[in-house]
Design a binder for this molecule. Sequence first.
Ligand code: PLP
Length: 379
Amino acid sequence: MKFGTKAIHAGQHPDPTTGAIMTPIYQTSTYWQKSPGDNKGFEYSRGTNPTRKALEDCLAALENAKYGLAFSSGMGATDAVMKLLSPGDEVITGNDLYGGSYRMFTKIYSNYGIKFHFIDLNDANAIRNYTNEKTKLIWIETPTNPTMQIVDIAAVAEIAKSKNVLLAVDNTFASPYLQNPIDLGADIVMHSVTKYLGGHSDVVMGALMLNDEDLYKRLWFIYNACGATPGPQDSFLVLRGLKTLHLRMKAHCENGRQIAQFLKTLPKVDKIYWPGFTDHPNHEIAKKQMRDFGGMISFTIKDADLQETFRVASSFKVFSLAESLGGVESLVNHPTTMTHGSIPKEEREKVGVIDSLLRLSVGVEDIEDLLEDIKQALA
Ligand SMILES: *Cc1c(COP(=O)(O)O)cnc(C)c1O
């Protein structure tokens, strides 16, 4: 089945009791058993729920994976992967990570004896300098947040395989519409479902998708034992959101392309971060592993201090100043004081996350209104 058909149908069947086309919200914590253990595969909703199961099967299908696991947030999904590790293990990851992932790695898991190497992954071969017998996991994000660096997933996967190390890819920024890391050799795909998959800024959720049965069993054990699983109402909302994922992504990409090109013409705009530009350092890799370039764009304002940047950030009328991304509505975000506030100044400035940087999550509104808004805010 093709992507759009899977987004609408995968994992979903007419409800056996009524024929309802939409998967019902099974708002129940527990399930009747004829005799102990004699049930229909559902025992308790922390571990299994039919609405969540339909969603997980749909999510797995979108990433061309066998298994899907939904979590109550993207961080909950990341946390489950980290719990595969033991004290003494080492992780290699990028130096331009989602702020919450960086915070979890440095403030939580470092205290449990896990060592993290935050490295520049513009050249995947850099990984070879950090692997040793303690390396158990490579965790990458591409495009990165907020500077849209591109990491070569297939190249990293090849190194991970040769060293017998798990590779997990945070695919939140691309969405499965643009990029499928498992097809490129990754072991686990992680999503903040909150973003493009949910798509309507009304749910916080995370997911893991994977193929290996043993790994799935280990992760399902953590999922059920630790319990960061979402309820049926949120699962339903995401199932509904997914039905338009392909339509929304197409519009995000088209609007993103026009805005990136428009920003280039504005004298107040300095650096623009968008993988679709041919002079983006890893444009060729982006072209190879992504189907299009997405709706996320960052840019710096020429000679702007914090006060001037705040003034611009607050002067948008269609774009809302807010954290998060991937919804139908356009958002503007100030990374150094909002999403990336938990990353030390020296660390973030190394990768260009400076005070004059703004990040746009381009929505699917009419492009004329978005361009007009950017024009007046940067006049
Ligand atoms: C938002 C986000 C997360 C965290 O997901 P939550 O659903 O907010 O917990 C992780 N990675 C990336 C790239 C994100 O944008």
